[in-house]
Design a protein around this ligand. Structure first.
Ligand SMILES: Nc1nc2c(c(=O)[nH]1)N[C@H]1C(S)=C(S)[C@@H](COP(=O)(O)O)O[C@H]1N2
Ligand SMILES: [Mo]
Length: 322
């Protein structure tokens, strides 16, 4: 996102510091092992730490309600141009360093204003509702966007299972916070762990996808394995990756970006071409893969084109609640 100065007061010192030789070497070794051993025979939903590199199919039925006719971003672009600050702040960092993330065993802890707190492991999460493929746009606040075939199911299934009580008005999502697996946590770029939040009705909107895969496969680590959110009408940073905790709360929670710079990143962060980021316009965007010297930028659409969420905000001044 290139928002905050780096630890030495410079802009982008992280990449070279957190991708030391051993990390590259380790990754190369792992790739070699995969090529030799071949995960191709793995069947069913068996999650391995090698998800970043392997191709593990994840079966899903295309949901006809959420298809787009726009050209899809290539898998290569979507998996090598990432924001995942726990693995570095350069776009290329996560693909290179996220091999250290252990995605199995994994579980999500459900806490706060619910009937009774509980923990769901990945196997249970995978079985909670049928997997759907949905093609969504995702637009980063930085001004670029992608079109990706995601796999998952509406977060509302998990919310129903969680049985929130009458006090629950917001949900806070918390990312894994383990320095051993996430080298970027050694740098105070954000106030870790990465947290995000949604109002309960936003979280319950059918568009809000609890995401386990993309391009017919399980999520690569750099895209937020094993489980993340995809909230397509909001700027990308609302789509928290590698979630370990979901907390139902009474009051609007603080979020990592809000804490880092509340003037630039509000709680709602709906894609809104009429509200400029304080340092740049949000009126248009660059579709990743379409870049060329003479390529026209695309006009950014209100709610990223997802007009069906407009009723969630009726009566709200979306300049004030940015
Ligand atoms: N835990 C965590 N989640 C995160 C981020 C992050 O740095 N850490 N970056 C966000 C931002 S700014 C964007 S644009 C999207 C990018 O998702 P993608 O890499 O799958 O395209 O992830 C979001 N989720
Ligand atoms: Mo972003």
């Amino acid at each position: 996102m290139l928002i905050l100065p780096g630890p030495n007061g410079t802009d982008r010192p992280y990449a070279s510091e957190i991708t030391p030789r051993e990390v590259f070497e380790k990754r190369r070794k792992l790739l070699g092992m995969l090529a030799a051993g071949g995960l191709a025979g793995v069947s069913g939903l068996r999650w391995t730490d090698a998800a970043a590199q392997a191709t593990q199919r994840l079966a899903a039925a295309a949901n006809p309600a959420y298809q787009l006719t726009e050209k899809q971003t290539s898998r290569k672009d979507a998996t090598t141009y990432n924001n995942f600050y726990e693995f570095g702040t350069d776009k290329a960092d996560p693909a290179q360093t996220a091999g250290t993330l252990k995605t199995h065993p994994w579980s999500i802890s459900i806490e706060g204003e619910v009937k009774k707190p509980f923990v769901l492991d990945l196997e249970a999460l995978l079985k909670l509702a049928p997997m759907e493929e949905r093609i969504y746009r995702l637009r980063c606040v930085e001004g670029w966007s992608m079109v990706i075939p995601w796999i998952g199911y509406s977060l509302s299934h998990l919310i129903r299972r969680a049985e929130p009580n009458g006090n629950a008005r917001y949900i806070e999502f918390v990312t894994l916070n383990d320095k051993k697996q996430m080298p970027g946590l050694n740098y105070p770029v954000l106030d870790w762990p990465y947290t995000e939040g949604l109002r309960l009705d936003e979280a319950n909107h059918p568009l809000t996808l609890l995401t386990f895969g993309m391009y017919g496969e399980v999520l690569p680590n750099q895209n937020g394995a094993p489980v993340r959110l995809t909230v397509p009408w909001k700027y990308g940073f609302k789509s928290a990756k590698s979630i370990v905790k979901i907390r139902f709360v009474r009051d609007q929670p603080q979020t990592s970006w809000n804490r880092a710079n509340g003037r630039e990143y509000g709680f709602y962060s709906n894609v809104n071409p009429e509200v400029d980021h304080p340092r740049w316009s949000q009126a248009s965007e660059r579709r990743i893969g379409e870049d060329g010297l003479f390529t026209r930028k695309r006009k950014t659409l209100m709610f990223n084109g997802y007009q069906e969420v407009a009723s969630l905000y009726s009566g709200m001044d979306l300049r004030k609640f940015y």
